[in-house]
Design a protein around this ligand. Sequence first.
Ligand code: FE2
Length: 310
Amino acid sequence: MSVLVDPDLTEDGLRQAIYDGKLIVLTRLQAVRDLVDYTRDQLIELFSPHDPEHAHEHIEPAEMAKLLGAWKPRWIHSERSKQLVCDIITQAGLPAEFTHYDVPKPRTSFPVGHLTTGVAYAFPWHRDSWYSAPFQQLNWWLPIFPIREDNSMAFDQMGFGRAVPNTSDTFDYYRNNAQRLSSAASVKQEQQARPGAIDHEPQPELIVLPSPGSVLLFAGAQLHKSIPNTSGRARYSVDFRTVDARDLLAGRGGPVVDAYCTGTAVRDFRNIKDGSSFDEPTVTRLFGAPPDDAMLVFSATEAERSAQAV
Ligand SMILES: [Fe+2]
């Protein structure tokens, strides 16, 4: 598996390299640095007077779930977060006209023994494709504070394009949207369906540690996981996804050989230039018609209700 740092590629070449399994680190985007500054300042304010990386030493898991359950939706749906994400994507060279993005998600990973469910769940080995991501999905991942081998994420170097036993058949995107309403309130026990690989212990794993101000890009088809945090420090990162409309229509994307989930997340994506979503006839043609009672998207309104539920 190759890791390319600031590669000299066209926008088509960049997407294709990712679909082919390469990991890409971009270190020179001003908008990434701006998003890091913006998010770090918010976390410092949220946990004041405590250092965000050590806030778990002072705040009980239930209180932490409450704080984050209120802050995360606010951050996710703020205009500043959305604008910075659009700037990151266009500064990386992807055209606004054809690129659709999903709202960014702030992730928190606390040391083992603290809050590890709901808003701070550590994902086991999985592909985002097992969570109904379109095969064209690119993942963008960036740390807010310096990360380490014992609190970041890992890739399976041999798992790209190779089927592994997994539980993705338990996942339906529309049902999951309905279940997410209770996720923020979940402190001790995980509520949502979380597909993962079965008895998977890859050798070797690859860990990439971009510094704050850099962003890591990888295909939604990559087999990856959150590393259980044994660092003693909380890890804060931001991730978001993009889909290129031309690739979606042409069927170009990463290899997905073992996704058995149902439904699609493609309705979550909005065009950078005009905010439009993919039109429903196209979505239905590509992904099939949803059931009549399906919760097709998890909206900002529902996220707020979810936050208030804690
Ligand atoms: Fe993932």
